[in-house]
Design a protein. Structure first.
Length: 111
């Protein structure tokens, strides 16, 4: 009878510990996509707030107001693109029967 020791990676979240092959890959891709979407949402919030601050502190300068409006518009377009890509990935998982992508959920990543 062979006994194999299990080595756990301290960087991976507990749900990924001890998984192998397609299970690990599926869960890791799900974790990675959630992490990237969360990063995109944080980037959106920061850019939107900075654009709003620039707009309110523009003192009526037309160029500064235009720059602030553009920053806020691009931030809104960016978050729309991020969620569209998420939906397309989930749809592709459903169409091609890829279980890890089909069951994809947005969760706050943890270590």
């Amino acid at each position: 009878m062979k006994v194999y020791a299990q080595i756990n990676n301290p960087i991976l979240k507990p749900g990924l510990q001890g998984k192998t092959g397609t299970e690990f890959f599926s869960d890791f891709v799900s974790f990675l996509i959630s992490f990237l979407v969360l990063g995109g949402v944080i980037f959106f919030i920061v850019n939107f707030i900075l654009g709003a601050y620039k707009w309110t502190s523009s003192q009526g300068d037309k160029n500064t107001i235009d720059e602030a409006q553009n920053r806020m518009t691009y931030a809104a377009i960016g978050i729309g693109v991020i969620f569209s890509i998420f939906a397309i990935i989930k749809l592709a998982g459903f169409i091609f029967g890829i279980q890890g992508l089909e069951n994809l959920e947005l969760t706050i990543p943890t270590l």
